[in-house]
Design a protein around this ligand. Structure first.
Ligand SMILES: [Cu+2]
Length: 147
């Protein structure tokens, strides 16, 4: 009986670990912050996120030192007008796929800027994937989006 319970526990924990998210299997590319002219009160962030995990991941929060309010936005056409809307439940990236955050679509919106950042500098941006962990990335500050 004891052996049976032991095997059962082993089986349960093994299955649990099989689907465990691995932060090293999340890859980011082409990270950039577009800084609009000095008068602008927000910056836009773009990047590609690739998920090589066997399970979906969710980008739940974004943190940085230069902004105290960071949101993930998507574009929506309402009454013929394109608007930005906040993604409240986070951004899901399904297993073995990727998402592109780029102008005209999904993007990170850095609001409440509290630190000056210079063009061509690298800025640390932390991507919080919840249980999967926090990925520290480097974003390049640019005037114009580079594909
Ligand atoms: Cu926005």
């Amino acid at each position: 009986m004891k052996i049976f319970i032991f095997l059962l526990i082993l089986l349960i924990t093994n299955t649990a670990f099989a689907d465990k998210c691995d932060l090293s299997k999340i890859v980011t590319k082409n990270e950039q912050i577009i800084k609009f002219p000095p008068s602008a009160k927000v910056y836009a962030g773009y990047l590609n996120i690739l998920n090589y995990n066997k399970s979906p991941i969710i980008l739940q929060k974004v943190n940085s030192e230069f902004s105290t309010q960071i949101e993930i936005h998507f574009m929506q056409v309402k009454n013929g007008i394109m608007r930005m809307k906040k993604l409240d439940s986070g951004l899901e990236i399904t297993s073995n796929s990727f998402v592109r955050l780029r102008p005209g679509g999904l993007h990170i919106m850095f609001k409440k800027l509290n630190k000056k950042i210079n063009y061509n500098s690298d800025q640390i941006v932390k991507l919080d994937f919840g249980d999967c962990g926090v990925l520290k990335t480097n974003f390049k500050v640019l005037k114009k989006f580079l594909d």
